[in-house]
Write a protein that binds this ligand. Structure first.
Ligand code: URA
Length: 261
């Protein structure tokens, strides 16, 4: 009888270290061969950001530039995300960014030397899921924001439609709320400048809902005077009235009531 050996582990579960910490998990992810995508990508692109970030953004998979840099959202989509976060009053340095799939899946078409992004399939998303689950369990974000259909459906189910339920707080056992919005790459792919402008505005509007949610929750649980994420308008107002209080430091993120228990 021939014993068939599976070419890949098919799940990253066996790679997750015992007594995991974010650093241990990140290090372990470097050697992941849970699916065949490790043969395509330059390296594993694990998430990054503060270990106790209030918000976790989840994209689909690293792109060409992320694959080379080994860091998520550093290419054109990342730049757009940075801008949209700034517009919504969310400080990018305070959020954790990661992807549903940690290797770049790509193909070449014709004679082009360009590596063209290819959508990961269900088996690849499933194989990679233990890394994402570990990140969520260790960071324990108050809010998760899924960018695009791949991440949204991975967390909210195959039936979920970003177009229908974007920008709303969705109940989940994974966090206080999940917000789904479009992927910044979809904004970049808009057919003309007017459509792109509109798509970017809508992305900012969704992220503003995230900022508002965090603020509202922070107001409920934080002592008077503690600050959550400020919307752009509020930051402007704060600057105007700050006067000679310029030495005082604002709390950039909301109080961590979820973690205090
Ligand atoms: N697109 C993603 O989904 N993730 C990245 O890190 C970059 C582009």
């Amino acid at each position: 009888m021939v014993t068939r050996v599976k070419p890949y582990a098919e799940s990253a579960a066996s790679y997750i270290p015992e007594r995991p910490t974010l650093e241990k998990v990140r290090a372990a992810s470097k050697g992941c061969k849970a699916c065949w995508l490790w043969t395509l990508g330059t390296q594993t692109v694990f998430g990054e950001g503060p270990r106790q970030a209030d918000v976790m953004f989840i994209g689909e998979q690293p792109g060409d530039q992320e694959d080379k840099a080994g860091r998520p959202f550093v290419g054109p989509a990342g730049k757009l995300l940075d801008r949209a976060l700034d517009e919504a009053g969310i400080d990018r340095t305070t959020v954790y960014v990661t992807n549903a799939v940690k290797h770049f899946k790509w193909e070449r078409t014709g004679r082009s030397t360009r590596r063209i992004h290819k959508k990961p399939n269900d088996a690849e998303i499933r194989a990679c899921r233990p890394w994402l689950d570990a990140e969520i369990a260790l960071v324990r974000p108050r809010v998760i924001v899924t960018l695009g259909a791949t991440a949204s459906q991975a967390l909210l189910g195959k039936q979920f439609r970003v177009t229908k339920d974007r920008g709303k707080a969705i109940a989940s056992p994974l966090a206080e709320a999940i917000f789904a919005t479009v992927h910044p790459s979809a904004v970049l792919r808009a057919p003309d400048p007017a459509a792109r402008g509109l798509a970017e505005k809508e992305l900012v509007a969704d992220l503003t809902q995230v900022a508002r949610h965090l603020q509202a929750q922070a107001r409920q649980s934080a002592p008077r005077g503690a600050r959550g994420i400020a919307t752009r308008t509020e930051r402007r107002a704060t600057k105007k009235t700050a006067g000679d209080r310029s030495g005082s430091r604002e709390q950039p993120m909301a109080a961590r009531s979820r973690r205090s228990g």
